[in-house]
Design a protein around this ligand. Structure first.
Ligand code: GDP
Length: 424
């Protein structure tokens, strides 16, 4: 059975969580394949409102198995807090519906500390990190300086391994940042609390997924962030530290031979961006404030106000191409309902020439948006459930986007709730 991926096309926060939550009905397994506890996938359903950080968004569906693949930054502390939070609202998380890959590397206590120390050192040149330790984690992973979750089953190997890593990391903590070194007592406490708590969920998820594939199970890959934050294809260095694109899903999930038949790209009806970095279509002043308020654009993880702008057709087309998206879910169309005219970033102006091509990251700072405006619909569309019931100008807006990015829009969402969706 071929697999499906749900990915972000823009800078993240497109509404992937709500789409995974909606579509999990059609799947047996949901796998997170990259990123860590820095995600903030908002889901609103019969259990309440959630901002999922590490848990896959299939956790609310009975019978769905959720997997944290080998590509994620497995943060035991963050995961246990999250499991507690969702359990408080009546969602059972058990070793039956959550499985952690034994090959997922563990985010170690010093990763969060190092993230904080480095952002402080950078001061006004900071990346705007969520300080969840993600960048130090991935750089250590690729240096082979973390431990894998499965090592928790080999205490002797683990103790020696962790002691070596601690000795090495303390050199950086003390020497570079003048910070307190870690002790074995600190690590023992971490092992006995957070790590002990995640042990029951750890297993060979690679074997489980391969068997599931042979048995014809339906598998969904869930991405964190979006195309423009991909480490290789995004706005480097203002990216995240992992590959967010769908083609990484087979590697990061534990199913390296997976054939991804459908790649559902989630696009927001306007643009938002959290943190630092070039954002060509950015709007400022009162117009921006109105859009931010209308869309409640404050970070799910950090509460930070998101930078906002009109839809950016140049960046979105590029995002669709690098994801190789086969279909689009366009979210938050309702947020634009108050506008007489809707601004659109149609092209970029670079070195005196207009371009449709998304430029090399270092050139983005020089780009200016070339804006057009299209008519708005000025009516509440949040209760509409059929395409043909949308005002003509709203349909025109969706079709204009579809044509510009070269990918069919299959869903349009008009509210944050599971049922606020129009299928075409
Ligand atoms: P994700 O990380 O891609 O899942 O996105 P976030 O959860 O960070 O941000 C999406 C936000 O938009 C959340 O607050 C959702 O509840 C909200 N949302 C999603 N779809 C819609 C929609 O169609 N209309 C409105 N008004 N809000 C939406």
């Amino acid at each position: 059975m071929a697999c499906t991926a749900i990915v972000g096309i823009n800078w993240g926060d497109e509404g992937k969580g709500r789409m995974v939550d909606l579509l999990t009905e059609q799947f047996d397994i949901v796998v997170r394949y990259q990123g860590g506890g820095n995600a903030g996938h908002t889901v609103i359903n019969e259990y309440g409102k959630f901002a999922l950080h590490l848990l896959p968004s299939g956790i609310f569906r009975k019978g769905v198995v959720n997997v944290l693949g080998n590509g994620v930054a497995m943060d035991p502390e963050s995961l246990m807090n999250e499991i507690r939070d969702v359990a408080d609202k009546g969602v059972a998380v058990t070793p039956e519906n959550l499985k952690i890959s034994d090959r997922a590397s563990l985010l170690l206590p010093w990763h969060r500390k190092l993230d904080e120390l480095e952002e402080m050192r950078l001061a006004d040149k900071k990346y705007g990190s969520t300080k969840q330790g993600i960048a130090p984690f991935y750089s250590d992973k690729y240096q082979k300086k973390t431990v894998m979750a499965g090592e928790l089953f080999y205490p002797d190997v683990l103790e020696a391994h962790l002691k070596d890593l601690m000795e090495w990391k303390n050199l950086t903590l003390k020497g570079v940042y003048g910070a307190e070194p870690y002790t074995w007592e600190d690590l023992k406490k971490w092992l006995e609390t957070s790590c002990e708590a995640i042990r029951p969920y750890i297993c060979n998820t690679g074997a489980l997924l391969r068997k599931a594939q042979k048995d014809g199970k339906r598998i969904l890959f869930e991405a964190q962030l979006g195309s423009l934050r991909d480490l290789d294809y995004g706005i480097y260095p203002m990216t995240t530290s992992s590959n967010t694109i769908a083609s990484f899903a087979p590697v990061g999930s534990g199913l390296p031979g997976a054939d991804i038949e459908r790649i559902i790209g989630v696009v927001k009806a306007y643009s938002t961006c959290v943190g630092e970095g070039p954002f060509v279509c950015e709007m400022f002043g009162e117009e921006a404030e109105r859009l931010r308020e209308a869309g409640s654009e404050y970070g799910a993880k950090t509460g930070r106000p998101r930078r906002v702008g009109p839809i950016d057709l140049v960046a979105t087309r590029y995002g669709v191409e690098v994801q190789a998206a086969t279909e689009i879910a366009l979210t938050k169309l309702d947020v634009l309902s108050d506008m007489d005219e809707i601004p659109v970033c149609a092209r970029y102006l670079l070195d005196g020439e207009e371009t449709d091509e998304f430029p090399f990251p270092a050139a983005l700072g020089k780009c200016k948006p070339v804006m057009t405006k299209v008519p708005g619909w000025k009516s509440d569309i949040s209760r509409i459930r059929k395409w043909e019931d949308l005002p003509e100008t709203a349909r025109n807006y969706v079709e204009m986007i579809e044509q510009a990015i070269g990918c069919p829009v299959k869903w349009v969402s008009v509210g944050p709730e599971r049922e606020s969706i129009i299928m075409r």
